[in-house]
Design a protein around this ligand. Structure first.
Ligand SMILES: N[C@@H](CCC(=O)N[C@@H](CS)C(=O)NCC(=O)O)C(=O)O
Length: 297
């Protein structure tokens, strides 16, 4: 039998949960929602409390917060708390209260409390980017045509990335067996998505035009990383070097100091100098990366 042949499977009448069946993330995949345990979330001194992890979905928000701070919006100061999803922290009762969908990133805006109001919770990275863009009046055009273009690409990302991560990434890198049909299907879709971006970026500096917006911040951590061969060790397989316009755009964003900082926050893998597990102050980038903490004992 060829190595890639799928295990023959006839679905039973009723699906049942086989615990532990699900590849690398089997321990956190469940068919039910809700909290598994009581756990309060920590709260820091800033108005914005972010509960996240430095995955592409998490990085979108920390890049946005660092960009807002770089623009001088002091109200965007934030505490970024680490949610270790591989240990099930997203199923703690406190986290579920901020995001009933149990996925990072989740944001709690406590600034209304200063006027006796209730904190505002926001989940789904696209919703968080829009919330912050509207709150601070930045990175989301107000002119109707530009705004429509920006939101179109923002929502393009929200709809497309699950095919890249949950589809291609899962079956290429994480599934317990390599299934040719599944890898083929999602490789085709991901290459099509990259070509969509490549053709757009042949005409434009950024996704929406001349200005860098929340659409770029949403797309870059996924498709910029893919173009640079940083996702799923799939660079050669997908021939990502051929998407030259995506590469040009990805490199330009990577040079932004705020994007570089944002990508370090809540990151728990890679070069220790790029890992800032939690961020509670702007100076943490200089003093609290993992290399600095290790050197300091
Ligand atoms: N559409 C969501 C996706 C968020 C998401 O998939 N988060 C992943 C990490 S990148 C997660 O928290 N997974 C934990 C789990 O599925 O239990 C968003 O953009 O915020």
């Amino acid at each position: 039998m060829a190595e890639s042949a799928p295990t023959p499977y006839t679905p039973p009448k009723v699906w049942t949960w086989k615990q532990g069946h699900g590849g690398q993330f089997a321990n956190i995949n469940r068919p039910i929602a809700g909290a598994t345990h009581e756990a309060e979330l920590p709260v820091g001194r800033h108005p914005l409390q972010l509960y996240s992890l430095g995955t592409p979905n998490g990085a979108k928000v920390t890049v946005m917060l660092e960009e807002l701070l770089a623009l001088g919006h002091a109200g965007a100061e934030y505490d970024a708390w680490l949610i270790r999803i591989n240990e099930g922290a997203q199923f703690g009762s406190g986290f579920v209260a901020v995001n009933p969908n149990s996925k990072i990133p989740a944001l709690l805006d406590r600034s209304p409390e200063a006027q006796g109001g209730q904190p505002i919770r926001v989940f789904e990275s696209g919703a968080i980017l829009m919330y912050l863009a509207e709150k601070f009046g930045a990175f989301l055009p107000t002119e109707p045509a530009q705004r429509a273009e920006c939101l179109s690409w923002l929502f393009w990302q929200m709809g497309s990335a699950p095919f890249l991560g949950g589809g291609f990434g899962h079956f290429y890198a994480y599934a317990p067996e390599k299934i040719e049909y599944a890898i083929d299907r999602y490789a085709m879709e991901v290459k099509r998505q990259m070509d969509v971006l490549d053709r757009l970026l042949a005409e434009r500096r950024y996704l929406t035009g001349d200005d860098y917006t929340i659409a770029d911040m949403a797309v870059w951590p996924w498709y910029g990383a893919l173009a640079k061969g940083q996702l799923y060790e799939a660079g050669e397989f997908l021939q990502v070097h051929t998407y030259t316009n995506v590469l040009r755009w990805a490199d330009e964003i990577a040079q932004r100091p705020a994007a570089r900082r944002g990508r370090m926050v809540n990151r728990v893998w890679g070069d220790p100098a790029t890992q800032l597990h939690e961020r509670h102050d702007a100076t943490d980038f200089e003093t609290k990366t993992q290399d600095k903490l290790a050197a300091g004992g």
